[in-house]
Design a protein around this ligand. Structure first.
Ligand SMILES: *Cc1c(COP(=O)(O)O)cnc(C)c1O
Length: 435
């Protein structure tokens, strides 16, 4: 008997059993409805499908090319369905688990494997079983690996030529999270890789990523100019320039330029390259989903301005820890009988025993917040639930689809009248099943 088992560290939000509740009058409850009904003692993840659909739709309408959603940002099926409802048909996946998840949900999705380092098994399974045709690489060895795996007898029966994308490294930008220190080919390597890949490629692309939450539209202008120089030097036809993700959203005290400013910069920089046979792709993650998610945590103990809550940096609040992101908050009171109180600054402490499990914020909440109250933490649709771990056993959470607006609007992504509300076909919420 084999002792080998497959293990996933944490996938509780994907382990559903259905819980039936009376639907709200219009089918989708509010956050306040859900808290009143459930009085949740584990974190309640609130997905706002209509907000996500509107953001996706706004991006699709203003970007002058194909929009790929970066699945790692939030792979929750309810989120993916809302993205789809906003008109996104392309998905940027980085692992075979993401590939199979998207394929299971959307038979018609175009899936692109945009991680520059992949296992051989993942390449084969993507190509043979999941219809993935596009692969990214930043080294000769990875290109050789891709070509070898899709050329093996079984795989080679699919006679299409792959889409091959060279990931170009960028000089450090103004992004909060720099992603070029780990991946990307330098100028000369990118030139050589484009030339080497051209004869093997059904379509040839050049991809870059300016880093996440990049506040400066000029970062895309500079990256586009560098991409143009690489293409000119390579002297081969490049079919696609993929401008990556990194489009920023609003956080407390952070107001990014409107979406249109980024699009204008990209369009102008692209026009300067005079590449009439080249198309643009983008891979937004954060920008499509940040406003569409919040987490309702419960206060378990108060010591002065320290609130001990039931979620933390090993849960959905990783970016509020070491990275120091601030998020919009509001209190939801456990009883009606509180007098209104002025706000004061609190720090939040997560449930694990690790002393680094702390979020200093500051988070402005009524000065009479007490044990049992809930705090809704907004703008957590991006890199919130997707970063959770099972550390210390605090991996329980529940999920609801709600009708609330985003807790902060980001200019350019507001819900507009034209965006169709996402169809909510499932029950509005579900509990994780005990394994
Ligand atoms: C993470 C990532 C994205 C998405 O980045 P956001 O900052 O969430 O928009 C896009 N492309 C690549 C290659 C990534 O690694």
């Amino acid at each position: 008997m084999s002792l080998i088992q497959n293990r996933a560290a944490v996938a509780p939000l994907q382990r559903y059993f259905s819980y039936s509740a009376d639907p709200a009058p219009d089918g989708v409850p509010s956050v306040a409805d859900m808290v009143a009904k459930l009085r949740p003692e584990v974190p309640l993840h609130c997905v706002r499908p209509a907000v996500i659909t509107a953001a996706a739709s706004a991006f699709v309408q203003s970007f002058n090319g194909e929009v790929l959603y970066a699945v790692k940002c939030n792979p929750e099926p309810a989120v993916l369905r809302a993205i789809w409802a906003g008109g996104v048909r392309h998905f940027d996946c980085a692992s075979i688990a993401e590939v199979t998840l998207v394929r299971r949900l959307f038979a018609g999705a175009a899936i692109h494997f945009m991680h520059p380092v992949k296992s051989r098994a993942a390449i084969r399974d993507a190509w043979i079983l999941n219809g993935v045709r596009d692969f990214v690489f930043d080294s000769e060895d990875e290109l050789a690996k891709i070509l070898a795996e899709i050329g093996k007898p079984e795989a080679a029966e699919l006679d299409a030529l792959p889409g091959l994308f060279v990931r170009l490294a960028l000089p450090k930008s103004g992004a909060v999270i720099d992603l070029s220190s780990k991946f990307g080919a330098d100028f000369e390597t990118a030139v050589a890789l484009l030339r080497a890949a051209r004869p093997q490629a059904g379509k040839l692309g050049l991809a870059f990523h300016v880093g996440s939450q990049c506040m400066d539209p000029l970062a895309w202008r500079e990256a586009m100019a560098l991409a143009g120089a690489v293409i000119r030097r390579a002297g081969v036809q490049v079919d696609i320039i993929d401008v990556g993700g990194g489009f920023p959203v609003a956080y407390p005290d952070i107001t990014p330029p409107p979406l249109g400013a980024f699009m204008a910069e990209i369009d102008a920089a692209f026009d300067l390259l005079h590449l009439p046979n080249t198309k643009l792709w983008a891979e937004p993650g954060r920008a499509l989903v940040a406003g569409g998610g919040s987490v309702v945590v419960q206060v378990q103990l108060r010591k002065g301005n320290m609130l001990y809550v039931n979620d933390g940096v090993y849960g959905s609040l990783a970016d509020a820890g070491a990275l120091g992101f601030r998020f919009p908050v509001r209190a939801i009171r456990a009883a009606d009988a509180y007098a209104d109180a002025p706000d004061m600054a609190f720090s939040l402490f997560g449930p694990t025993c690790d002393s680094t499990d702390v979020m200093h914020g500051p988070f402005m909440l009524p000065n009479n917040v007490r044990e049992g109250d809930w705090i809704e933490i907004g703008q957590l649709g991006a890199y919130g639930s997707s970063l959770r771990t099972a550390f210390n056993g605090f991996d329980q959470a529940i999920l609801a689809e709600v009708r609330d607006a985003a807790m902060l609007e980001t200019s350019g992504y507001e819900a507009d009248a034209q965006a169709a509300p996402a169809a909510v076909t499932k029950l509005p919420f579900a509990y994780p099943r005990a394994a």
